[in-house]
Design a protein around this ligand. Structure first.
Ligand SMILES: Cc1cc2nc3c(=O)[nH]c(=O)nc-3n(C[C@H](O)[C@H](O)[C@H](O)COP(=O)(O)OP(=O)(O)OC[C@H]3O[C@@H](n4cnc5c(N)ncnc54)[C@H](O)[C@@H]3O)c2cc1C
Length: 102
């Protein structure tokens, strides 16, 4: 039962708290569902190909560069968490990355 609820718990664990009334997301299921939904919506997934940089021409962002290849996209969302700043190294882009107002 314990391993069904949380397979990553150690066998010699002395105690744990189960809160059945609290909600949590199974990230493995969520990720699989997101991949299926994204593909159905026409999203092209380039797994394992880390983005190297944005593909900028003049003032326009045309897409991104990954594994030395240019991948064009109509819209770009930088969602690399704490690594996002590396994509906004150009002075005029850095200004658009700012703390969200409270
Ligand atoms: C130990 C820990 C516990 C936490 N617990 C909680 C919690 O209980 N509740 C809560 O609300 N928040 C929690 N947080 C915070 C939460 O994880 C972050 O706020 C959230 O994940 C940020 O989401 P994000 O999408 O901005 O970035 P991330 O989740 O960091 O996602 C960024 C993704 O971009 C990918 N990436 C980076 N660089 C590149 C690149 N060059 N090319 C392609 N992909 C790239 C990364 O691999 C990563 O998958 C926790 C954080 C930590 C570290």
């Amino acid at each position: 039962m314990r391993s069904e609820l949380e397979p990553d718990l150690r066998d010699d664990l002395e105690a744990a708290v189960l809160r059945p009334a609290e909600a949590s997301v199974d990230n493995r299921l969520l990720t699989r569902a997101l991949i299926v939904a994204a593909r159905k919506s026409g999203v092209e997934i380039h797994a394992g190909a880390g983005a190297e940089s944005l593909w900028i021409e003049g003032e326009a962002c045309k897409g991104l560069i990954a594994a030395g290849e240019r991948i064009s996209a109509k819209h770009i969302v930088v969602a690399a968490g704490c690594f996002s700043a590396q994509f906004t190294a150009r002075k005029n882009m850095r200004q658009s990355v700012r703390r969200r107002a409270k």
